[in-house]
Design a protein around this ligand. Sequence first.
Ligand SMILES: [Zn+2]
Ligand SMILES: [Zn+2]
Length: 342
Amino acid sequence: MKLTGIRQMDMMEVPEPTLIQDHDVKIKMKVVGVCGSDIHYYLTGRIGSQVVQYPFPVGHEGAGIVVATGRAVTRVRPGDRIAIEPAMPCWECDQCKAGRHHTCRKLKFLGCPGQADGCLVEYIVMPETSCIPVEPKLSLDEAAISEPLAIGVYAVKKSIPMPGARIGILGSGPIGMSVMLAAKADGCTRVYMTDRLQGRLQCVKKAGADWIGNIDTEDVTHAILQQEPLMLDAIFECCGKQEALDQGIEVLKPGGKLVIVGIPEFDHWRIPADVARRKEITFQNIRRQVDCTEPALHYMASGKINVSLMATHRFAFEDTDKAFELVSGFKDGVMKAMIDFE
Ligand SMILES: [Zn+2]
Ligand SMILES: [Zn+2]
């Protein structure tokens, strides 16, 4: 299933991929989640400097079943159900050696233009380091959702200690929800969440947010400050909107941490120099995640995190374009749409 133009997608017949390297694994895809970043490519053909060359298959939130393995593969066997870790680092550069393989100098990321084709395809070949076996008690949906959830787990890890923390999450889509679930699992005391989509706000409330506010119908910073006169310990910007960053800085306490997870459609954030300096705010950008897929799977397997409210819609593989239309229009209260291969 390839992007063939702006807001265009076509199903194409392609040769079945084969094992090339000794560490390769051939996977039969079972389910793929539609990510906000896939939608950026669908609607605009690019994210920042990353530009789609058509035709191009996107998709990176996948789970499947191993069907064949190269001779050096030890981590998985045919028949294993796996979560796919979409990052394929070189493991040799300075970043990889420093444990920062998510910013690898030669990173290949699934469904990222110029790097690797995505997993909206029946069969895919990936290195075994990208194949994470999942426990029998986890569903393939949970395996696929481990990808966005891992970003939430990582963002929380890069923020502040959660026990006793009072935080704000601005943007209540799947990533905001993932941050909330990870923060709560780590003992966060109180989570304030905002959005403009009422359906998403209700969804995150049901999933555990303590307070929700719709930016279109109420003064959310005023409402938060009334309840939290000392202000919040950390803010997670999860929608890529300037007004969210502005609101975050307003409700963040001195010494607080502003974690930027959202992907903006513009090129520069505006930071109010005076208040950011007076409050001595720390800005932490988040680039996807590193080493958090397995922790995300463990959180789900142990029952500490329940993602059952995340997948709100399902589509057959041949209807992938309908899923992309639905998600890009934020229609029908969609949180995340899942693509099923059979
Ligand atoms: Zn994603
Ligand atoms: Zn590297």
